[in-house]
Design a protein around this ligand. Sequence first.
Ligand code: ADP
Length: 326
Amino acid sequence: MSSIKCIGILTSGGDAPGMNAAIRAVTRSAIYNGMEVKGIYRGYKGLITGEIVEFKTQNVSNIIQRGGTILKTARCMEFKTPEGRKQAYDNLLKEKIDALVTIGGDGTLSGARIFAQEFNVPVVGLPGTIDNDLFGTDVTIGYDTALNTIMECVDKIRDTASSHERLFFIEVMGRDAGFLALNGALASGAEAAIIPEISVEKDQLSEMIEQGLRKSKNSSIVLVAESEVTGGAIGVAERVKKEYPHFDVRVTILGHLQRGGSPSAQDRIMATRMGAAAIDALMEDQRNVMIGIQNEQIVYVPFSKAIRNEKPINRDLLNVLRITSI
Ligand code: ADP
């Protein structure tokens, strides 16, 4: 029997569709296994201010299909200080919370790791980010939904792009990772993707224009990952205007609509599996691990690995995109 009697759950950092499915699964799986559950609002901020509420099974009814997070999320600078974290720990003791489940991205897991080490609290993390940029899991919660949203948007832009014979640069999220741009391009039949992973190696824009954009094509759509390295869609379009002025260029920035919407079946199922696995992990006395899925199997990934390692992009896909866009 595990010594854990009460768990706290929070969502932190950028929200992602499927977080609610994860909250539901963690809550119900914990209650099923005889634990109490406390919902912590606004991420680490709520842990510091004590915005903590007991969760019963009905608190998570009718949320699996909702985007965003019912627990709200926040960015909290105070949690980056030892004083802030001490206050958070005092609240854990006050609320008699024995272990934490945190759902979020890289930053959320970094905070979880420091907190777990400082106060010897068992913490399990779930990868919740649309960017898919966490090492140790094939996909993250929210990524599939965001990818589908991008695909639907690009389909719509294609209609107008081909009517006017224009070159469109569509900016998608993924500050340091090109998963959304590359797979979004494959899914929507875009002509190319400009991603940060490749930017340091070569000039993707000039290569694309020299090799890829045929005059016989009605329209061209290029997905650009928002990034200082790529210059984003605006930066790339500015270059085209200067260097290749014969193109009729337009820019669309998809922005926050990529975060919203009802989670896809894949995100709901994955978040549910991961949420249940978080409670299994705590009962097995695991701590400081992120739950991942690799080749359909649940895995426990030490925080140190998930945070420090870069998740590589599948470079074969770049070639597939190049071949299929001729
Ligand atoms: P994400 O989890 O989506 O990557 P952030 O990077 O904003 O989002 O991180 C979410 C929160 O996690 C931060 O607002 C902060 O409270 C906490 N956090 C991030 N990095 C650290 C760190 N190095 N030490 C302590 N807390 C951190």
